[in-house]
Design a protein around this ligand. Structure first.
Ligand code: F3S
Length: 423
């Protein structure tokens, strides 16, 4: 791999042992990927926090050890300096305010708080959300990133036109300390073109509809790069967020194009870079209903947990949840958790949405989600969610059955305790 003089200096240890290990990791990683060089990044989003029981003994030796082992893959413990470039924490395992509801013991909460202090002092911004682009980390078009979290990566590449592969704990740990990441995959403009065509023949009208289309797209194209033709109305941030999260769950989609909507596809032809287009994959009424049915894993219509906010809710979504819950009461046998980034939870509180949700019997959660934390309300058997991603993962992760549908159907289930949704 070709390195600049400054990169050689970092590798040689002139910037300290942690940076040297980070460079060594990036060079080995890049060579394994076939990258010829590294690229500068000023925007890293990774997983640095410490909130799982499995790392408790590591954390007792200090967070230098946690970072060394988990974020640098180093057996030696090295002192971790300040990050070289802006870096942020994605989602964590515990909501510090609501940890009791999650069944997290106070020792773990203290460990998470200690970890946040340690990492924060080293320049890692504790955003604690899978949607950093909703709370201030909005990369510009063409910017090279080193981001983890498949739903964030697909949003950054497709909607914002920034450039990142799906990175891991180690590569983001090394990128934060060096401001470098291997130049391969979606960092190269020629690798960002569409190579599959989805012909959307039915209107896609709401968030659930976009979730279904995303789930269908991922199933059809797997890890390829689709362009969607036939989208007539401009989708919202939250619709695209749900589309991408679903496509990255049922498949491994990291970038998509919608002509006239996403920045690298002014036209359908441009999405393919002028290359010949493949035969279209049709998404019609039959496909829409079949995909919706595939997302249902429950038969029992009595639900006991409603999970909203995967990916974390925008403030507009919080407003809509409050509107639907105002003056109503969540069923006594149902838990309702609504997830939003902590920064937006503050806006939700100031706007009165949180009071409405709480008065109805719901809980506003931040920092985490059930799929990541593997913490659900006690005794849950049947969930309902407005997220195709959560409907995909939670039954397998938590051994529950799941209903997927619109926000309106989820709120109805929260109030009645019964699932009455349909495609
Ligand atoms: Fe975010 Fe958890 Fe969903 S990390 S995208 S809320 S599975």
């Amino acid at each position: 791999m070709q390195l600049t003089d400054y990169e050689k200096q970092m590798l040689g240890g002139e910037n300290g042992p942690a940076v040297a290990r980070a460079m060594d990791l990036l060079v080995r990683y890049g060579e394994a990927l076939g990258a010829e060089r590294l690229v500068e990044t000023r925007n890293v989003a990774g997983a640095f926090n410490a909130s799982t029981p499995s790392i408790r003994s590591m954390a007792e030796d200090g967070f230098d050890r946690v970072y060394s082992e988990l974020n640098l893959d180093s057996d030696d413990v090295v002192d971790i300096p300040h990050m070289a470039v802006p870096t942020c924490q994605l989602i964590t395992g515990i909501d510090i305010e609501n940890h009791a509801l999650q069944g997290a013991d106070p020792g773990l909460v203290d460990m998470q708080k200690d970890g946040e202090r340690f990492f924060g002092q080293r320049g890692i911004n504790m955003m604690c959300t899978c949607t950093p682009y909703q709370v201030g980390n909005v990369p510009v078009r063409g910017e090279h990133l080193a981001w983890m979290e498949s739903s964030a990566v697909i949003y950054a590449n497709s909607v914002l036109g920034a450039r990142t592969n799906v990175e891991g704990k180690e590569s983001t740990g090394a990128a934060g300390l060096t401001g470098r990441i291997p130049y391969w995959g979606l960092h190269l403009p020629e690798n960002r073109l569409a190579d599959r065509l989805i012909d959307v023949q039915v209107p896609v009208e709401d968030m659930a509809g976009w979730g279904v289309l995303g789930y269908f797209t991922g199933l059809q194209v797997e890890e390829a790069q689709p362009a969607l033709n036939g989208i007539s109305a401009t989708p919202t941030l939250w619709e695209l967020k749900h589309f991408g999260a679903a496509a990255a769950s049922s498949g491994g989609v990291e970038i998509y194009h919608i002509p006239g909507v996403t920045p690298e596809a002014p036209t359908l032809e441009a999405a393919f870079g002028g290359n010949p287009m493949p035969d279209p994959i049709v998404f019609g009424e039959r496909e829409r209903v079949a995909t919706w049915e595939r997302l249902q894993s429950a038969e029992d219509r009595s639900v006991d947990f409603i999970m909203l906010g995967c990916p974390h809710n925008s403030i507009e979504q919080m407003s809509r949840v409050a509107e639907l819950l105002e003056g109503r009461k969540v069923h006594a046998d149902v838990a309702l958790w609504v997830h939003t980034p902590r920064a937006l939870a503050e806006v939700s509180k100031r706007s009165g949405y949180t009071d409405i949700i709480r008065e109805a019997g719901g809980v506003v959660m931040s920092d985490t989600c059930p799929a990541i934390s593997r913490r659900l309300p006690k005794g849950v058997r049947v969930i309902a969610t407005d997220s195709a991603k959560q409907a995909h993962y939670l039954p397998a992760i938590a051994g529950v059955d799941g209903w997927f549908g619109s926000l309106e159907h989820c709120i109805d289930a929260a109030i009645t305790g019964k699932w009455r949704g349909g495609p």
